[in-house]
Design a protein around this ligand. Sequence first.
Ligand SMILES: O=C(O)CCC(=O)C(=O)O
Ligand SMILES: [Fe+2]
Length: 330
Amino acid sequence: MATNGSEKCGWSASQLRKYSFQTKPISRMSHKDPEADRLIANGQPVLLTDTKLVSTALHWDLEYLVGNLGDGQFSVYESKDQKFMYFDEKKAKEMKSFEHPTRRIEMKFKDFVEKIKNHKPGDKKIYLQQTLNDDVGKRIVIDFLGFNWTWVTEQQKKNGWGQLTSNLLLIGQEGNVTPVHYDEQENFFAQVQGYKRILLFPPDHFEMLYPYPVHHPHDRQSQVDFDNPDLEKFPRFKEVEPIEAVVGPGEVLYIPMYWWHHVESLQNGGQTTSINFWYKSAPTGKIEYPLKPQQKVAMMRNIEKMITEALNNHEEVGPFMKAMVLGRYS
Ligand SMILES: O=C(O)CCC(=O)C(=O)O
Ligand SMILES: [Fe+2]
């Protein structure tokens, strides 16, 4: 860490949380490097230093956003600790025993900024996560139209991706953590202000990261708590081999679909702002063998959903799958 030149790039290793595993760096390069296109085409992560994807948003500090984001409602999550684990609200309603790790509050942007400004140690942490929509003010629209749509749309076309589904605006407090999970969309993750550390694990880490059942509100999230991993319950967590990078203003990380990611706003680094670009995946082409790990994850999800639906009782799913496998395929 001491040799990565971080002194020059606005952060230091002491701002990173400590975990039980070692990491390797994510490839970092110019978007003009032919290797970058090759990595994206192969569904491999890459950190791009100079796309100018959101260069017209780099001045989006809180003051500017208060003046220009408009009068609409924004989704703000509140957490008792620093973790913001995602949960599916529909699945949460169906599970009586579910304990909500965070609370979603709808508020005006100016009230969010007030909360950040008046935040005292010991207060609940907050994280704004709101899809950009057309309620925003004129200047934001102009900034948005100035994004590097040429480059990003070319990537979408070259890789056969489907439509852009959304741009999520994330404004977090220093130290906030989004625990490890995977998404079912392709993602160009653009850093706007502040620094985030992102840990990535390939799709074949399914067996090392122990995702919750698909019917669970925490579907797609790992059950393993990085701060306190239960190695008796999750022994293969010891085998994880993550890669990591710290992304700063103007940088873009390609997070391929089904890649696990953990995101932390650096400690004592001030608030962070990011905008992601979520794209539907390319349609499944001709199936070639051997299947890729991400295709197997997609298959497992579908089969698990079918079994869960057919049994019509979550409690029967585990015993049913055990009966199918134990002593026969094991
Ligand atoms: O920035 C974060 O905290 C989480 C972002 C994320 O998970 C995503 O863009 O898919
Ligand atoms: Fe994500």
